[in-house]
Ligand binder design. Structure first.
Ligand code: ZN
Length: 188
């Protein structure tokens, strides 16, 4: 195995061991969940844009992005990497980075220079795993298409008991975004 392959292997292992931004984001204004039933992976992406005004939304940047999920090592490492790659980017920039990543995992053609995205180039040899690698990215792009919703913290009603279950709040309402367990198979 080449030194570069060793390096790429360590990138994936590191994202697995120390996932970045793996937490619920109570201030999220957009949430999307994806499922990959063939492997059993699930990923929910929480996202907050810099500005919630309609005019700024189109060109606004991703202020915060986090994820929660379960599944195989590739799906979770890819979710962690995704959050580090698209935070601070506009929706168009995020889509362009995903296009680059999707091309790498589908073709195995990695750029010459080191790129964390290229750590997943080996996935192309295992077509069934491509969905694992792209799951979180599809969920993020889905969230980027949504209109902003009221953040969970701001929307939290005062209940009699004062207790809220982890899944209570805006995300579990019928009209709201999908909650964990109701994700969608993006079909790629
Ligand atoms: Zn998987």
């Amino acid at each position: 195995m080449s030194e570069l392959n060793d390096l790429y292997q360590s990138v994936i292992l590191d994202h697995n061991k120390r996932p970045r931004n793996r937490r619920r984001l109570p201030t999220a204004t957009r949430v999307a969940t994806g499922d990959n039933p063939t492997c059993g992976d699930q990923c929910t992406v929480f996202l907050r844009m810099e500005s919630t005004s309609a005019a700024a939304a189109a060109g606004g940047r991703i202020a915060e992005i986090t994820f929660e999920g379960s599944g195989c090592a590739i799906s979770q490492a890819s979710a962690s990497l995704m959050t580090t790659q698209i935070k601070g980017k506009t929706p168009a920039e995020a889509a362009a980075i995903f296009a680059e990543f999707a091309d790498i995992v589908k073709t195995g053609n990695a750029p010459e220079e080191f790129s964390e995205l290229a750590a997943f180039a080996g996935v192309h040899a295992f077509p069934a795993r491509i969905k694992c690698a792209t799951l979180a990215w599809h969920a993020a792009l889905e969230a980027l298409k949504q209109p902003d919703k009221i953040p969970e913290l701001a929307a939290a009603p005062a209940t009699d008991s004062g207790l809220r279950t982890p899944d209570s709040g805006v995300w579990t309402q019928d009209s709201g975004p999908r909650t964990q367990g109701q994700g969608q198979d993006f079909g790629l």
